[in-house]
Design a protein around this ligand. Structure first.
Ligand SMILES: Cc1ncc(COP(=O)(O)O)c(C=O)c1O
Ligand SMILES: N[C@@H](CCCC[NH3+])C(=O)O
Length: 418
């Protein structure tokens, strides 16, 4: 379904021309399609509708509270990795019993907050963390529901920065020692062992690493069951990739069929933590061309968005399609699309065939709904941009553009300098 589409050579988000949003809200800004968000969530969730499951949207991909509210209204839970994400989820009225808490470095305050909220479970990533959770739970007179996040040592065949399920990575508990830790955890008074979890990486474009990981997890699950430890939840994390350019990742229904077939002999509730596959292609970053500049043997298209707004190209050399908001007869050039920041790494595309745009033209940087706004910063003291949600013919700003005052609001000049 294409909710970002051309009509009369103009790019629309659902029923709204992007030129209209640019005029009213200004650029740069993020624009999300509610129809796409809803469709992606439903396609994923419905693919598992014939088995007990819970879709826990991974908040880190895009944490805007309006989006969390939307997924909660569709019956979703969430996967959080910090107190801040938990706070947002609770504000968005996500049911605490649909919240899982992952992450290698949960602080005491975060653990306390999650215990007080009565979340579904902690995905525990080390023995030391398990002990801390136990200590805090016993202070509070609570029982902490947990799963161990097991590292199955599988190569997800994705970018090294977003691979998490290899033995050498910081994530999860080595599958070789997980069994012992399970048996130990099962006897800790303020801990209730209810699940098993793994997450091997992000932007996976093959099914096989998911299935290889599941095979290993399944073996451990069955070993534990044989020893009388029956786990109620099997959390397979997130990671399903999306097409940014040429790649063709498995469709969620294909993914679901393969997982369901492999897990059919396990009598448990499946949990998923999809992020990118739900929001990635439901958002764009709208930007305006500021200047054209002829470099040595190449053209620079300088736009008003920068790496502080969308860091994926700079950080991972990630590919994002860049489309003109108004299609015109223009010759093609090979260009670098760059931002105003004082870093050579501040680019959205390098050596890309682009229409020879002019100053004032609008461009849409596609597939920017996941790990876009959430990874933005104030580098170069650039206010963070607005986020806009489109719903049919309507749209609304769901996060205002920051102003210069916002940039210094939390800062203080020491008294001795006054
Ligand atoms: C524990 C965990 N769950 C879920 C996700 C979501 O991943 P994705 O956005 O690739 O679906 C991540 C990010 O990789 C993660 O670290
Ligand atoms: N930030 C990464 C994904 C990280 C996944 C987090 N576990 C990206 O933009 O692709």
């Amino acid at each position: 379904m294409h909710h970002f589409h051309y009509k009369n050579n103009k790019l629309y988000a659902e029923g709204v021309p992007l030129t209209e949003i640019a005029e009213a809200v200004g650029t740069p800004c993020y624009i999300y399609s509610q129809a796409t968000l809803t469709h992606h969530f439903k396609v994923f969730d419905n693919a598992f509708s014939d088995v007990p499951h819970l879709t826990c949207y991974s908040v880190k991909a895009n944490s805007n509270i309006a989006l969390l509210k939307l997924f909660a209204s569709l019956g979703g839970g969430v996967d959080v990795v910090s107190g801040g994400e938990l706070f947002r989820a609770l504000k968005a009225d996500v049911s605490p019993k649909k919240i899982v808490f992952s992450g290698v470095g949960k602080t005491e305050d975060e653990i306390k907050m999650a215990l007080e909220a009565d979340i579904l479970m902690f995905n525990v990533e080390s023995e030391a963390e398990l002990e801390t959770i136990h200590e805090i739970a016993s202070h509070l007179g609570k029982i902490a529901p947990i799963a161990l996040r097991v590292n199955p040592d599988i190569d997800p065949k994705t970018h090294p920065y977003i691979s998490t399920g290899l033995k050498k990575s910081k994530f999860g508990i080595d599958i070789k020692i997980a069994e012992q830790l399970y048996l130990k955890a099962n006897h800790i008074p303020h801990i209730r062992v209810i699940g098993i979890d793994c997450h091997i990486g992000s932007q996976l474009t093959l099914l096989s690493p998911f299935l290889d990981a599941l095979e290993r997890i399944k073996l451990l699950y069955q070993k534990l069951e044989a020893q009388g430890l029956k786990l109620q939840y099997l959390d397979l994390g997130g990671g399903l990739g999306i097409p940014y350019g040429e790649e063709i990742p498995p469709h969620p229904t294909e993914y679901a069929q393969a997982i369901k077939a492999a897990a059919q002999d396990l009598n448990c509730t499946l949990i998923f933590e999809p992020g990118r596959v739900i929001v990635g292609n439901a958002g764009i970053l709208l930007t305006k061309v500021l200047y054209l500049k002829q470099g040595k043997g190449k053209t620079f298209i300088i736009v008003d968005a920068a790496m502080n707004d969308l860091i994926r190209p700079s950080l991972y050399h990630a590919h994002h399609e860049i489309k003109p908001v108004e299609k015109m007869e223009r010759p093609l050039v090979v260009a670098d699309v760059v931002g105003p920041i004082c870093e050579t790494g501040d680019f959205f595309a390098q050596g890309r065939k682009m229409p020879l745009v002019q100053s004032g033209d609008l461009l849409a940087i596609m597939s920017a709904g996941a790990y876009g706004f959430v990874m933005s910063s104030n580098y170069n003291s650039r206010p963070r941009v607005a986020e806009v949600l489109v719903n049919g013919d309507r749209y609304q700003v769901i996060r205002k553009r920051e102003c210069y005052e916002d940039l210094i609001r939390l800062e203080k000049i020491p008294e001795w300098m006054a």
